[in-house]
Design a protein around this ligand. Sequence first.
Ligand code: CP
Ligand code: NVA
Length: 319
Amino acid sequence: MNGAAPPALPAKDFLSILDLSAGELTNLMELAAKLKADRRLGEQAPTAHALGGAHVAMLFEKPSLRTRSTFEIAIRELGGHPLHLPPEFASGAREPIEDMARNLERWVRALVIRTFAHEKAKSIAAAARTLHVINALSDAEHPCQAIADVLTLRERWGECRGRTLAYVGDGNNVATSLVQAVPQFGVSVRLASPPGYALPPHIVEEAARLAHHGASIRAFTDAREAVAGVDAVYTDVWTSMGQEREADVRRHTFRPYQVNGALMAAAAPHALFMHCLPAHRGEEVTADVFESSASIVFDQAENRLHTQKALLLMLLGAP
Ligand code: CP
Ligand code: NVA
């Protein structure tokens, strides 16, 4: 790393967007943009050996294309080595997860974990004093997605303050991290969910307290009302991993929240379409919106790599 790198984060872990301050999030965005530009340098990039051969463990209890691939590539491109652990190790059946953490910290610098219960990631992080634990999605939060989304919006909009984004659909892990992140950059959020599926009020209230530059967060039940005039429309699957038994009920309940041409027409004419992926065409989004010029879903996916590289560098610091 050269001397222009931002200082290492005071936080040991990244389990939540709330683990970073607004200033640290901004530093992360600036570093991610630089890493994105430097990627063409390959082995000559100033950060090509920044992890100094350190190992980073990866433990995924749920399927993943984007998060798993981008972390593995990020670790390798920063001169580290990924260590893949079998998913059953997260169950605690063979040995307590806290013991697993205390073993891992003797060998590896960090653990990237995708799990069901958010508490499990917290317990692992609390058990190991030096192991950096990164939340690669839990039932409660998906902070690595949100940092990529912020970078994507900054690329499109430059200055983000004063913009408005509508999140339409389930008040889930992706919605939680999104609402915790974008208002810190001055982006107002309008949330539209069916009754019973909205983000819990304490999440919205805490996120609103962290908002900057006059950004606000408002909850709606009517999708059209939420989307009126906004600069971006974001959605996610109606049934998240682990909720498969509820899929039929959810398909019915969320039908009025589909992001289709009519809903996008209610947004500003320049409005962007966003989705964390994977997407289910014909459910939460129609194929025409997904494939339209408004859609920036693959930019979001690409930026997973650059923002996670920045996160690794800032969290792990110097080797
Ligand atoms: N958006 C996202 O996290 O994708 P994966 O589930 O494929 O990692
Ligand atoms: N809410 C989705 C996001 C997948 C990236 C899930 O948890 O399955």
